[in-house]
Design a binder for this molecule. Sequence first.
Ligand SMILES: NC(=O)C1=CN([C@@H]2O[C@H](COP(=O)(O)OP(=O)(O)OC[C@H]3O[C@@H](n4cnc5c(N)ncnc54)[C@H](O)[C@@H]3O)[C@@H](O)[C@H]2O)C=CC1
Ligand SMILES: O=C(O)C(=O)COP(=O)(O)O
Length: 591
Amino acid sequence: MAPSALLPTPPSPISVPDPVPRILVPERLSPEGLALLRSSGFKVDTPPPPPSPEALLAQIPAYDALIVRSETKVTAGVLAAAGRRLRVVARAGVGVDNIDVDAATARGVVVVNSPSGNVVAAAEHTIALLLACARNVCRADAGMKAGRWERGRLVGVEIARKTLGVVGLGKVGMKVARMAKGLGMRVLVFDPYASKEVAGQAGVELRDELGVLLPEVDFLTVHTPLLVSTANLLGEKELRSMKKTARVLNVERGGVYNEEALLRALDEGWIAGAGLDVFTSEPPVEGSVAAKLAAHPKVVSTPHLGASTVEAQENVSIDVCTQVVEILKGGLPTAAVNAPLILPEEYRRLQPFVRLVERMGSLYTQHFAERGGMVGGRRFELVYHGELAGMNNTRPLFAALVKGLVSSISDLGGRDVNIVNATLVARERGIAIDEKHVRDGGTVPPVYASAVTLRSLAPGQEGGEQVIEGYVSGNAIFISKLDRFRANFVPEGTLLVLHNYDEPGKIGNVGMVLGKHGVNINFMQVAALESGTDKAAAAAAPPVVDRLVDSESRAAREALMILGVAGDITEELLGELGKADGILHVSLVRL
Ligand SMILES: NC(=O)C1=CN([C@@H]2O[C@H](COP(=O)(O)OP(=O)(O)OC[C@H]3O[C@@H](n4cnc5c(N)ncnc54)[C@H](O)[C@@H]3O)[C@@H](O)[C@H]2O)C=CC1
Ligand SMILES: O=C(O)C(=O)COP(=O)(O)O
């Protein structure tokens, strides 16, 4: 099993993996990023834009990474067609509304973007449209080119001392607000999530309701993401409430202004003009409302140029390509849209524990599952002891446990489990995991600097607690307790775990059966009942045995025999071992 549960992992061994990761870039991307990808040894394919949905569906299974801008629609269908190979979808820009992020999350595909690479470009373009609208720049230019000198018809308005309404005081909205202040405008803001302090420092006035802001403004600009909650944010009612002299701007996404309402607002004079960079269909479909808006005499329109500057394209290209390289090499993204942020230092420190916890989960499923410990619908406690307890971001360990618990038994529909989809996978299977941080070492012997306990509390099962403990020493991982038995073995390879009475002759018998079946023993360990586990506790232990405990004295001398084996472990062999005298249970564990 692949050790890393932290990030999307390479394809399963059943597919024949291409040794060199391949990256598909179906849109124009600045060469700086492409050079970075190639110099890292990756194959990069750049089919000529515009991207075609059919071609994308056909091509995507052959790629480890997909880098897009706003023209490629990364739908659930594309992600399903990708199969297990695709590990990252990168958006060379901010808005991820063209990517089905939920579908990517369910498949464990990490989505990254460039949150600030084009902020200046988008803000400057907004100001460009603001001034172009105010001073009829585009109509004047078109007139000049047609040989007309139309000074009288093209008298504009000033923006200084006018009021600008900003909807969405995020990165772009804030930049626009500051630029507008610099141009002498008063700025009113509507953003239910904005902080009053930040707004105050920027010298802008927050309004609690959009409806209160709209009648006050001479210009309006929107800078929210396109979400279900922001689609059609400005419809007929809102546009009618504005001044007839007001002009509206959209360098965000088509659909935030209801396009039908906006067209009527311009045709019927509810407002004076618009500057539009984005449309619900791009390029606008012939005859559509979007096309009518783009061609409208009161509209200054541009073909989604907000991020199209040399500088912004260089920024976003380097930003996302750096992350793609990092992810394909097993590192961390700096701007994942659908995965928790983990600092490289935390990531490095957690690595051995990720391996340990994944193996503990897998050991749990294979050792306990057939003994009434079905994984689905179970509640687990993952307890971190010692130094590990001090780490705040244990998300990778949670993901590692989910992966370990389900990977050996579940059909994950061609998905892998990683930090992107672990919560979802756990929820789908009814697995509940409580993470606990015990700084004083708790019940684990304090000889380990850091240790982990996995405990399962079977619902409604008296004394039905199943326990695995493990620790890390250097970079090596060990299991220190399995069930009620103290152990010390490396959870690796093929293991036979035999629950038996600790009596003379057991080892010899087991050795003989294995020898008869041509199975080699790589290592062997006898794990005794943990000291303090008395007869009463042994008797109260879960009904794990498949035959009756024949005497109290025998019960007090139970042990686990853990064998690392090599060879073909057949059902026949397991059956023979199970029938051997004094053997209570046998489990086969492949880690
Ligand atoms: N035309 C272009 O080429 C470009 C367009 N964009 C668009 O601009 C959008 C914003 O980008 P950033 O400022 O970087 O995002 P951001 O995430 O920094 O800011 C978004 C802001 O919107 C606010 N918000 C969310 N829902 C709201 C609501 N219902 N009403 C009012 N405010 C709300 C949030 O609180 C946040 O402050 C992107 O999502 C993208 O669609 C960005 C760059 C270039
Ligand atoms: O970054 C964004 O959200 C943008 O809208 C930029 O789009 P683009 O990369 O120029 O197609």
